[in-house]
Ligand binder design. Structure first.
Ligand SMILES: C[S@@+](CC[C@H](N)C(=O)[O-])C[C@H]1O[C@@H](n2cnc3c(N)ncnc32)[C@H](O)[C@@H]1O
Length: 323
């Protein structure tokens, strides 16, 4: 049985949110059928991490979500017959609850919620050193997560990663939503289509009507919240600079991953992500507004040379850094 964090009091909507993200990664929720983009993007990260893992290694998966990266890592380790301790860390109970459910039978898995409350009851991120209680990891992986972390927090996080690895330990990460100067001209950033949906819906009449009812300050705060769902990408230099300053040495590589249009529709309709259409209420009207906006965004991408009839091309960057 897995240990550590157990979801408590998740609402039906939160459970459905975790289920929907899981199904965006695995067709019909079947672990044997990863969506092509998930399989193809996480594969390189696993291949980069595996040579650094041996029997008994302690591995941290930072930003585990519903378990997509951990599941694929465990598949590879099972095949090689390597037993490890795997610590999953994430701040989002709705998605993390699904990871717990899927990995419940895996004794080597331990879960830690990365947010807690300070003395004034305000939400705060827990430090990695505190989460690990001073233990050092052999490998830290972080898949499809760094681009969601505010740019200003990257430097501190790189220090935490370095401080939580044994000397010679490795940090392996990937991101499809980083700005860099070597992205092929016919590829896009992972979240470009969803930012385009947000822009299309920004001017949606029904949405604007509902926003107006919220009043000036409320509407502004709501818009700021929605802009954080698919934040503007920052530069790869931010990550590399922070890792080097923290004492890491490493290298990056890249890969273009086809993201099918059906998978993109499934992805953006995950309740937490479909919030970009708020305050339109959940239901057919909102789903349809998002679906149409995404169709337009993907057609625009096709015309711009970033997509073909069936896929858009997402550009992924991978890093492997030794502490
Ligand atoms: C796209 S998911 C990736 C999940 C998993 N690694 C995978 O490959 O399927 C990104 C995860 O990062 C988490 N996350 C978002 N913002 C974060 C932050 N500021 N610090 C740490 N994790 C964050 C989210 O809760 C989410 O589960």
């Amino acid at each position: 049985m897995a240990s550590g964090w157990v979801p408590e009091g998740l609402s039906e909507a939160e459970v459905a949110d975790g289920e929907a993200y899981h199904r965006a990664l695995y067709l019909d929720g079947d672990l044997e059928r990863p969506a092509g983009w998930h399989r193809d993007s996480v594969d390189r990260l696993i291949q980069l991490a595996i040579p650094h893992i041996s029997e008994g290694s302690t591995i941290v998966d930072y930003g585990s979500g519903t378990g997509g990266s951990a599941i694929e890592l465990l598949k590879a380790l099972d095949e090689s017959g390597i037993g490890v301790e795997l610590i999953l860390i994430d701040p989002l109970p709705s998605w993390f609850g699904k990871a717990r459910e899927i990995l419940e039978d895996r004794e080597e898995v331990h879960l830690e919620l990365s947010v807690g409350r300070d003395e004034n009851g305000r939400m705060k991120f827990r430090k990695l050193g505190e989460i690990l209680s001073g233990r050092k990891a052999d490998v830290i992986i972080s898949s499809s997560t760094l681009h969601l972390i505010p740019e200003r927090a990257i430097s501190g996080l790189a220090m935490e990663f370095h401080g939580s690895l044994r000397q010679g330990g490795v940090f392996v990460w990937d991101s499809g939503d980083i700005e860099c100067d070597f992205r092929p001209e016919d590829s896009a950033r992972l979240h470009d289509p969803y930012r385009a949906v947000r822009e299309i819906l920004r001017e949606d009449g029904d949405r604007l009507g509902l926003l107006a009812k919220m009043g000036g300050d409320g509407a502004l705060k709501e818009e700021q919240r929605l802009d954080r769902i698919f934040p503007e990408p920052f530069s790869l230099d931010v990550i590399i600079g922070a890792l080097e300053e923290a004492g890491f040495e490493g290298e990056v590589s890249d890969k273009v991953v086809d993201f099918s249009k059906e998978d993109a529709q499934r992805f953006v309709q995950v309740p937490r992500l479909a919030e970009i259409a708020a305050p339109l209420l959940e239901g057919e009207a909102r789903d349809s507004a998002i679906r149409k906006a995404l169709e337009k965004a993907l057609t625009d991408m096709e015309e711009g040379g970033f997509a073909d009839e069936h896929h858009y091309r997402s550009h992924w960057v991978y890093g492997r850094h030794i502490a």
